[in-house]
Design a protein. Structure first.
Lengths: 265, 256
């Protein structure tokens, strides 16, 4: 079993704070500001989620971002790509299977490790997210700021297949046809639209998002510990099975297509 | 990424040696045949996870020590996790977690696994027969002793693997009657690929490992991913359910 102090400060892109009740707040960031997605985030999130999942003292998880957006930019210093629309991989002139293999491994474990956390996850979406919005909307409860929005920018609109789990999450949440439209057109859903479509549960002024997430966390924790944990296991069962069935396949096709076309080449 | 030195000596019931990417893991208790109990139950899941995370492991050979693979249980060490008197849901929760990790982390190892079954296995035989290639000593035998014949529901993954390998009806008969399959029978039923004199077992496993390693690295790894896909899906669907019912029944009746 992993102990909190062993991993709480291990990840430069993931701040972790836990109170006495076992409410773990996971805040995504880059140098204390809004997370700018890049190779470090891509490498750090899978083991961070794994560490969280292996510590039974985490009774509930709140996942949030920093500042005015959840994740909206990619690193442009080390990566080529347009913020909000860019690739998250370095500027290789061409994708190749060995490079892809690394992405394949990280991408396969990121969502699966997140879903393997056996404590309810509440997302406090503090602002727009167009890169890995799946991280937020996979949560058991999704609270969003009024100015938040949801989009899948790095894949199809950027020339890439959306096979890293987006092809599972979005049609599942939005309905099959709405989900495919969302992925293929780069549709941007406002917080209000996401609420109407059932992706988001509550929309609040930004300053109330995190307090409300904490309030809900405390409410859930009034139930007995095994009840809370087993409820989460049941609620993620369907999605975990779909990931096992479809994630490797999706990444394989994404990788094949990326060998033929890569945005920066 | 995990490095070999970080975990090679971490587990008291699993010896690990690696040469040219061929990782040999040998189950044991104090250097002799593995005696199943609380130690192995807690160690195997994390050990398989460490192995799976280290990309320098190109292929895995799994074997036991001495004359049997796993044939004995130590009630004393098991009672560290399972009190002899009564199983409560809180106690069962440990078993539930360990047992899920045991199977899922093994299947998540993304390189081929060759089992060299050095002798009889009647406890957690699924660990051996889940391998991509199963070699058995002519002294080996396969059985599921700790569950139904012992008063417990076969819900920890054995309900998935044995009907999958033996065929539905043969598998259910095997679980319900405590049938013991000899190495020859297991060979005939397709559970085992080759039966060999015990001393030739490990050399043959190493020979096969080297043969597989002639193919390109990504080909080998992805071949394993493809070959485990179906079982992973089956386990995800049925493992938690099986363990839940096993746990409920164990609250009502616990052997000893």
């Amino acid at each position: 079993m992993t102990k909190f102090e062993e991993y709480a400060k291990k990840y430069s892109r993931v701040r972790m704070e836990r109170d006495d009740n076992g409410i773990l707040e996971v805040t995504l960031h880059t140098n204390g500001g809004t997370m700018v997605f890049g190779p470090e985030a891509h490498e750090q999130l899978p083991p961070a989620f794994l560490d969280i999942s292996q510590d039974p003292d985490n009774k509930i998880v709140i996942l949030t971002g920093t500042g005015d957006s959840f994740i909206e930019e990619v690193e442009t210093a080390t990566l080529k790509g347009t913020p909000g629309k860019g690739s998250r991989l370095p500027n290789w002139t061409k994708m190749d299977p060995h490079t892809w293999d690394r992405t394949f491994t990280n991408a396969k474990t990121m969502l699966v490790n997140l879903l393997n956390i056996e404590a309810p996850v509440i997302a406090a979406v503090n602002g727009p997210v167009n890169i890995h919005a799946d991280l937020a909307v996979l949560s058991d409860i999704v609270i969003a700021a009024e100015h938040a929005s949801f989009q899948d920018a790095p894949h199809f609109p950027n020339g890439l297949v959306f096979g890293d789990g987006c092809h599972i999450v979005w049609p599942h949440l939005l309905g099959a046809n709405r989900g495919k439209y969302f992925l293929l057109t780069g549709q941007k859903l406002s917080a209000k639209q996401a609420l109407d479509l059932g992706v988001v549960n509550e929309v609040l002024p930004k300053e109330q998002v995190l307090p409300r997430a904490r309030e809900l966390a405390q409410q859930l924790l009034q139930q007995p510990p095994l009840t809370v944990r087993y409820a989460r296991i049941l609620m993620t069962q369907d999605m975990r099975r779909m990931m096992t069935e479809n994630l490797s396949h999706g990444l394989a096709l994404t990788g094949l297509a990326a060998n033929a076309y890569w945005p920066n080449s | 990424m995990t490095e070999f030195k970080d975990y090679a000596k971490k587990y008291s019931n699993i010896r690990m040696e690696r040469e040219d990417g061929i990782l040999e893991i040998t189950f044991h208790t104090d250097g002799g045949s593995l005696v199943w109990g609380g130690g192995p139950h807690a160690q195997f899941g994390p050990a398989f996870y460490d192995i799976g995370r280290d990309k320098e492991n190109k292929i895995v050979i799994m074997t036991g020590t001495g004359d049997s693979f796993i044939e004995e249980i130590s009630p004393e060490t098991l009672s560290e996790r399972l009190p002899k008197s009564k199983i409560t849901p809180t106690v069962w929760d440990h078993i539930y977690s360990d047992a899920k990790r045991l199977i899922m982390n093994l299947l998540d190892i993304e390189v081929p696994v060759i089992a060299a079954v050095n002798g009889p296995v009647n406890i957690h035989a699924e660990l051996a027969v889940l391998s991509d290639i199963v070699l058995a000593s002519d002294t080996a035998a396969f059985q599921d002793a700790p569950h139904f014949p012992n008063g417990l529901v076969p819900g920890d993954g054995v309900h998935v693997i044995w009907p999958y390998l033996l065929g539905r009806n043969r598998g259910r008969y095997f679980l319900l009657t405590g049938e013991r399959l000899s190495a020859q029978e297991a060979l005939r039923l397709g559970v085992v690929a080759e039966v060999l004199p015990k001393e030739k077992l490990l050399p043959r496993a190493r020979e096969l490992a080297k043969q597989i390693l002639r193919q390109p690295p990504i080909t080998i790894r992805y071949a394993r991913v493809v070959m485990t896909q179906e079982l992973k899906t089956l386990m995800l669907e049925h493992l938690s359910h099986g363990l839940a019912l096993q746990g409920v029944a164990a609250n009502e009746y616990w052997p000893g």
